[in-house]
Design a protein around this ligand. Structure first.
Ligand code: ATP
Ligand code: MG
Length: 448
């Protein structure tokens, strides 16, 4: 994409309504625009990130055999009356009446709809287990929408629903989902802390929330300091596989007298809840009549769980975890564009164009800073939008045939030839590298 042809919506000043860094940078870099309280339009730059996150979630859910479907945003009230939640859900539910006087609601979650899909088509233990998910907009009429997409009223959620014959089967599915969530957050470049949680209005008896540690988080969490160490997602995943490898609790589950940790070992931090998983047995299958025939020919209610990821909230959480005073520092896995290219002085345009075309030809997402602007303005905008790698073509190119690669995350600058710059970028930004299908190249920073 060329800056000159793109829908750039950069704001020069800090919008008044933004109180946290992620909200500020999302508005300033032109990712979102508020349409009304808690409701946002996604602009092209923001949508690219949202879609990249969705795709990682999708791949990891598919990997454990969950199947993607798509529920409608509007649901009939009658279904929620059957489950008993229509009265319970309260003012967060947006209720709508259609022209025929039928009561509808904008789904805040979709246990009822997916249970309906299940009960229509699945009748025998032989067809179990099943797990469906969708990535769909939800609406909750939050009393205090704030922090931009972190607590919106309309927000994008990945929600999955599992159906097993037995409680043990359902718990095994839950454990698989737990692992899938750890993989998702790991691929997003985030350290997620899985904490024991209460089940709230969804109900049930086994539940974990996944939190990203950030001072601006709305929850307080208590956990073993070992979970903070970047001893790679893998090691943590292994030890968490029975959920008891580490002490980690949401605030309403934390009992100081029962906590085995003390002093340095116990971390008390603020967290952003980016995922929440539940095992709730037959809470919905019984009232909604989702029964299957078991091996003995008995009709039994199916054992269920549900599993949510806050996809749009993750955009904010990622920025909270990856920014500085100049703007966003996107992890490569979700960056809207992997590389920005800037010609900084007259006579560098041809080289910029050649590199841009070469990167595009190899499938690298490149953003060409081709507006007639000062070098300083280009630096500031590239930093703000958070592209992971910048190729800077300036006087060194004209005098010595060298250009600079800037690594946004560290500020490190590497001088090299255009050929070396291209192979360096391919090692890190080729589609198969970003998607994890190929290992990142090992080529070390090249001497200038
Ligand atoms: P919270 O405690 O933050 O209100 P919740 O516990 O009500 O969230 P869940 O029902 O567990 O939310 O929904 C699954 C996920 O959806 C949450 O973990 C969160 O990441 C995301 N989510 C929930 N509410 C919002 C919202 N208002 N805006 C953005 N994301 C949300
Ligand atoms: Mg929750």
């Amino acid at each position: 994409m060329r800056a000159s042809a793109s829908f750039l919506a950069l704001l020069r000043d800090n919008p008044q309504e933004s109180h946290i860094a992620s909200h500020q940078w999302m508005l300033r870099s032109g990712m979102i625009q508020q349409i009304t309280s808690g409701i946002y339009a996604w602009l092209p730059l923001g949508l690219r990130v949202l879609n990249n996150i969705s795709e990682i979630v999708r791949q990891e859910q598919n990997r454990i055999g969950a199947q993607e479907a798509l529920a409608p945003t509007l649901q009939p009230a009658s279904l929620w009356k059957q489950s008993g939640r229509y009265a319970d859900y309260g003012k967060e539910m947006l209720r709508i009446v259609d022209r025929h006087d039928h009561d509808l609601l904008y789904g805040p979650t979709a246990e009822e709809v997916f249970t309906l899909l299940f009960r229509t088509h699945i009748h025998s233990y032989k067809q179990l287990p099943q797990c469906l998910y969708n990535i769909q907009w939800k609406f909750r009429d939050e009393i205090r929408p704030r922090f931009g997409v972190m607590r919106g009223r309309e927000f994008l959620m990945k929600d999955a629903y599992s159906f097993d014959l037995t409680a043990d089967g359902a718990k095994a599915t839950y454990a698989q989902m737990f692992q899938s969530y750890m993989r998702i957050f790991h691929r997003l470049g985030l350290t997620a802390i899985p904490v024991r949680a209460s089940t709230g209005p969804i109900g049930g008896d086994l539940s974990h929330e996944f939190h990203i540690v950030a001072d601006t988080g709305e929850s307080e969490i208590f956990y073993d300091a070992a979970l903070d160490s970047p001893m790679s997602g893998g090691g943590i995943r292994e030890r968490m596989s029975d959920f008891n490898g580490f002490y980690a609790c949401a605030d309403d589950q934390h009992k100081p007298e029962a906590c085995p940790l003390s002093g340095e070992q116990l971390r008390t931090k603020r967290g952003i809840e980016v995922g929440h998983i539940f095992y709730f047995g037959t809470k919905y299958s019984e009232p909604l009549d989702a029964f299957v025939m078991d091996q003995k020919g008995n009709r039994v209610p199916v054992e269920m769980g549900s599993y949510g990821v806050g996809v749009s909230r993750l955009v904010g959480a990622l920025i909270e975890a990856n920014h500085d005073e100049k703007g966003i520092k996107w992890p490569i896995s979700v960056a809207p564009f992997a590389v920005a290219i800037a010609g900084l002085s007259k006579g560098t345009e041809d080289m910029a164009e050649t590199l841009y075309q070469s990167l595009l030809n190899q499938g690298v997402t490149a953003f060409m800073m081709d507006l007639d602007q000062s070098a300083g303005k280009k630096f500031a905008d590239m930093d703000m939008m958070g592209f992971p790698y910048h190729i800077l073509i300036g006087s060194k190119w004209l005098s010595q045939g060298l250009l600079d690669i800037k690594i946004r995350a560290t500020g490190e600058i590497i001088s090299c030839t255009p050929t070396d710059a291209l192979s360096w970028m391919m090692d890190r930004c080729a589609p198969e590298v970003i998607s994890g299908k190929k290992r990142p190249g090992s080529s070390e920073p090249l001497a200038g």
